[in-house]
Design a protein around this ligand. Structure first.
Ligand code: FES
Length: 183
């Protein structure tokens, strides 16, 4: 593992005893840490759900997630799936155009290419998601929506929970999925 991690364990865990958890944590990147729950066995989330969630909350609030890219726009580069005879998919072209526009305008966003956003029937697909944030997917995106997608992504990351009360005209009929943050 190369990313900072939080290990939540129980001090009465006989399957993964505390010493083994500490040893594992020592092999992980910096900013990894152990939360040892008192009077708790192996099933931390079942035995101590409140304490488990609190430990996760503290970890993120302390900035442990700061090593993660702060502002991502996901683009499916498989779209159009099963397109025959193409050297570059429409999704890959869209990702390239988004990057080019970002390079010109800046703004701290990063384009993350992914293999699928589960919107295969309505290519191309672009998504926004983040920890404790709303999740959005836009479908049937084309090069014409590059500016609107970037502007929307900036607004998404500028808000506290990613909620987008209003979409630009260009994306009004492209929203194909949106889900609230987990409670
Ligand atoms: S192949 Fe692009 S969303 Fe599935």
């Amino acid at each position: 593992m190369r990313c900072p991690s939080l290990l939540i364990s129980g001090n009465e865990d006989t399957t993964a005893p505390p010493a083994s958890v500490e040893a594992l944590a020592a092999s992980l990147p910096r900013r990894s840490q152990v939360e040892m729950l008192n009077a708790c066995g192996h099933w931390t989330a079942v035995e101590k759900p409140t304490e488990t969630v609190s430990a996760m909350q503290r970890y993120y609030d302390a900035g442990a997630g700061a090593s993660m890219p702060p502002a991502l726009l996901f683009v499916c580069t498989t779209c159009v799936r099963d397109a025959a005879g193409v050297t570059e998919t429409q999704g890959a072209r869209l990702a390239r155009a988004l990057r080019a526009s970002l390079a010109a305008t800046g703004g701290g966003l990063q384009i993350r290419e992914v293999a699928c956003l589960n919107g295969c029937r309505s290519p191309c697909n672009v998504g926004l998601r983040g920890a404790r944030r709303w999740t959005y997917r836009f479908s049937r995106c084309t090069l014409a929506e590059v500016d609107a997608l970037l502007a929307t992504a900036r607004r998404y990351w500028a808000s506290a929970d990613g909620a987008l009360a209003v979409l630009p005209d260009a994306l009004q009929d492209r929203l194909s999925a949106h889900t609230p943050p987990p409670i």
